[in-house]
Design a binder for this molecule. Sequence first.
Ligand code: NDP
Length: 449
Amino acid sequence: MAQYDYDLFVIGAGSGGVRAARVSAAYGAKVAIAEEHRVGGTCVIRGCVPKKLLVYGSHFAEDLHDAKQFGWDVPECAFDWPRLRDSVLAEVTRLEGIYTNTLDSNKVEVIHERATVTGPHDITLAGGRQVTARTILIAVGAWPARPDCEGAEHGITSNEAFHLETMPKRVVIAGGGYIANEFAGIFHGFGAHVTIVNRTDQILRGYDEQIRDRLLQISMTKGIDFRFHAPFEKVEKQEDGSLIVHTGGGGDPLHADVLMFATGRVPKTRGLGLEEAGVELDKHGAVVVDADNKSNVDSIYAVGDVTNRVQLTPVAIREGQAFADTVFGNKPHRVDYTNIPSAVFSHPPMAGVGLTEAQARNKLGSVKIYTSDFRAMKNVLAGRHERALYKMIVEEQTERVVGLHMIGPDAPEILQAAAVAVKAGLSKQAWDETVALHPSMAEELVLMK
Ligand code: NDP
């Protein structure tokens, strides 16, 4: 008789957990995966995927406006939020089905219950059933954090934003990171007045300063308001359901129909039994793991946002793959965290890979900076004044391109391809020797002088 019920028990069917489960099962492991919400996790159910569809949806506001300059007579258009919301939610359900089928076809047992860890090899399911596994993988992700202020319960997070009954007219967004800037563009596109309230005066900390400044400037020109150095003090709910948001740092109270907290995401380890099982967590509740995703307990591993390394879906997927290859596939390897490209799907989007100018100066000393500051051809004809900005950071001694940062239409699409060259460590000369593809925005990358 087998010593354990399963070779692998995964808790959390998000991007990292699903990849680890199905690859491990394909290697012959007996695998179960427990999910208390929906298969697909944050990215598919309440993150990247529905968010990107809303970004597309909101961009039509500008596209329809610009279409007139391209000769199209566009009749008066109205936006129907419930129609978009429901088609996005239907797409999410379709994708959930695909994820579930993938698990089924790889013979992974899907358990739709909350699971908690009750020992190095022990799991207890919400229904009371107890199971054992040779290896346990924690892939429960992260959950939106809410600032601790009076009335915070009246606010929503991005989780609920996909399900709103009606499109609000006034939206206050707390935080200045990815989610705040992406949803500012979404709500603004759908006609809401948006105010971003941030505790510092910096949005998107970690991105290149010039690129962030350009997003701020374009967002303000579009009509998105920003309030900086403004911690949340109190939120009051009015009889009509609207909210009054009091912030520090001066300024009148803000009136809003919806207040959305986008103030970071915390590892979802509370009540999971990890500490009782002897697993070390850091001060944010993240599972502390080594380069092979192993915790201090030999049989317990963790991948994805719950480890609070890089909170990005493709990274969680790579960690899940590396875990399965190493533990069950006899093909040990580790995730390379250098030069990870990332993007913010704001209006316009921004994207970056490698070192920012400030990081490069600190790390390498002397660097050369090349920029291209231009108006996309389509924007010129549309009479739209917003300018794109591409910035290349080159190590002076070796001429190696060590960072690339962009804001402008399709920046994430362009950057994904360019990231290959940055990752490969190509020199500026190699970029210059590549013939431009004309007319395109991406050609600026090989024309920077
Ligand atoms: P971010 O970490 O991007 O931004 C959090 C923001 O909230 C910052 O401006 C931060 O300020 C502020 N903040 C943090 N704590 C508090 C507090 N207690 N009170 C007031 N303000 C606070 O988090 P998001 O919630 O936007 O997104 C979570 C994560 O999800 C991201 O880090 C990213 O990894 C991932 N994500 C990725 C996306 C993508 O790849 N396109 C899209 C959406 C999310 P300060 O800068 O001062 O700390």
